[in-house]
Design a protein around this ligand. Structure first.
Ligand SMILES: *Cc1c(COP(=O)(O)O)cnc(C)c1O
Length: 395
């Protein structure tokens, strides 16, 4: 939560990979060692009564941050051009934490219908139980959002592209409408798919950017964490609420995420390149009725993606035409390199068969069965061979 002169003074003109190699900790703060120490901490000792009374030392208790968690917070804050970042124990907690910080009984919350399902479950249970009215809208609502805004609309929850079906929404437009009709409305966006390398929500007026650090920042399927970055207007309340609720993460996990972030830029280049090749190959297969990836020319979200994002990551879906879920299950069973498992953004490829049954507006494809692919760092030819094996198995 602190800042680091070395980094801020150089940040403006650096290339992204240079930035990723140097953000976060300053090696000079710890005897020159390149990486920050892993600090495991509850108690922090004070030298005397006066320091305790006046709270004048930098670290006061483990829940309030350590040099390890600060290194990661500073790195994320710089990548998001935020006022500050809090760390929470999972990506889902990075959704629930800011909502709990800003939700108030008697207010109204607008939520994009195509979002990450566990986010919706959270809205349907905890948020409704708090006395907040939750209303969903289509990702392609555009100007129509103005009609849904109310004087008590306190939170607008966005996510682009959509989980599993990859629809884009017009983020700057929706953000402006929310703020114009109610300056107190807090616009939050789950930015996990794009990462701060390909989209920076705060730069276009979003108030709070949410990340499952479990995904690309860690990149190795071995740690769970979330990060919430806020602008100047909302940072104080976010950090105060997080501390009030006692939410924090351990030093070992924070270290792993920071370690992963050093290579996030080069990993993403590779994920993006392989993903495009897989999408293009799938488009040539007559069993496939569509490929959903906003970086594909012709995708319904392509123009918005191209206007707002500077790259695309390695998660997309496609539809096996005219096949039931059980018939399409043969595709999953035939795969040899792609594992069957949830989560994504690790070095290994995965496939799942998502459902859209919780949605009420953006229902997802109906002409067949949707398969979601997480593209890892394997060689493209091997992955295409695996997809071909899967399609050949579908009768
Ligand atoms: C995975 C994911 C999350 C949740 O992250 P966890 O660390 O698994 O809780 C949140 N949002 C999106 C878009 C995700 O894909």
């Amino acid at each position: 939560m602190s800042n680091n002169d070395k980094n801020t003074s150089r940040s403006a003109k650096q290339g992204i990979n240079t930035k990723l190699a140097h953000i976060g900790n300053n090696p000079r703060d710890y005897h020159g060692f390149v990486n920050p120490p892993v600090v495991r901490a509850s108690t922090v000792l004070y030298p005397d009564y006066e320091t305790m009374r006046d709270r004048t030392q930098k670290y006061t208790y483990g829940t309030r941050g350590t040099p390890t968690t600060d290194a990661l917070c500073d790195a994320l804050t710089e990548l998001e051009s935020a006022a500050g970042t809090v760390l929470v124990p999972s990506g889902l907690a990075a959704i629930s934490m800011p909502v709990l910080a800003f939700a108030q009984a008697g207010t109204h919350m607008l939520v994009v219908d195509s979002l990450y399902s566990p986010n919706r479950s959270f809205c349907e249970t905890v948020v409704r139980n708090l006395g907040v009215e939750v209303e969903y809208f289509s990702p392609d609502i555009g100007d129509g959002l103005a009609k849904l805004m109310r004087p008590n609309t306190r939170i607008l929850m966005l996510e682009a592209p959509a989980s599993n079906s990859f629809e884009m929404h017009d983020t700057p437009l929706l953000t402006n409408i929310a703020h114009e009709s109610n300056p107190e409305c807090v616009v939050m966006m789950d930015n996990t798919w794009a990462t701060p390398l390909f989209f920076k929500p705060l730069d276009i007026g979003v108030d709070i950017s949410i990340h499952a650090l479990t995904k690309y920042p860690s990149g190795h399927s071995d740690v769970l964490m979330g990060g919430v970055s806020a602008n100047d207007k909302h940072w104080a309340r976010l950090v105060e609420s997080t501390q009030a609720m006692g939410i924090c993460v351990g030093g070992d996990d924070a270290y792993l995420v920071l370690r992963g972030m050093r290579s996030m830029g080069v990993r993403l280049e590779r994920h993006q390149k392989t993903t495009m090749a897989l999408c293009e190959w799938l488009q040539t297969q007559n069993q496939v009725s569509r490929v959903m990836y906003p970086a594909l020319p012709g995708d319904p979200g392509y123009e918005l993606w191209k206007r707002d994002f500077s790259g695309a990551s390695g998660l997309f879906s496609f539809v096996i035409k005219d096949k039931s879920r059980d018939e399409a299950g043969a595709f999953l069973n035939a795969l040899q390199y792609l594992g069957l498992g949830y989560s994504w953004a690790g070095y290994e490829s995965l496939a799942v068969m998502p459902t859209f049954t919780d949605r009420t507006i953006a229902h997802g494809p109906t002409e067949g069965t949707t398969i979601r692919i997480q593209v890892g760092l394997e060689d493209t030819d091997d992955l295409i061979e695996d997809l071909a094996r899967g399609l050949a198995a579908v009768k």
